[in-house]
Write a protein that binds this ligand. Sequence first.
Ligand SMILES: [Zn+2]
Length: 108
Amino acid sequence: MLAQAARTSATIGKIKMNDLKCPHCYSAVPWGAKVCTGCQAEVDYGAPNIAMLAVLVATLFAGFWVSSTFGSEMAGVIVGMVLFIAGFALLAKVFAHRAMFHRQYRTK
Ligand SMILES: [Zn+2]
């Protein structure tokens, strides 16, 4: 799993495993850090929530479609679950090396 992840990051090239660059202050931030060492921006890893929600909604619709088309709720549930797991596995793979910096401008 780790070796596979390392290979993927090598092919992406732009983002190295242990060297992120903060888009706000251009500090080098080690991979896995929760906050930027330079400006305290929060770092999020993995799939964005909207993508996970899209997968959830899509699998729900697919499940309902299967159950109504084939007249079997069980088939719908099974198809929905399989797609759900596959969708999340795909998301985890696609966004494995995604890091998002959120800088909070605290006004209080
Ligand atoms: Zn920063």
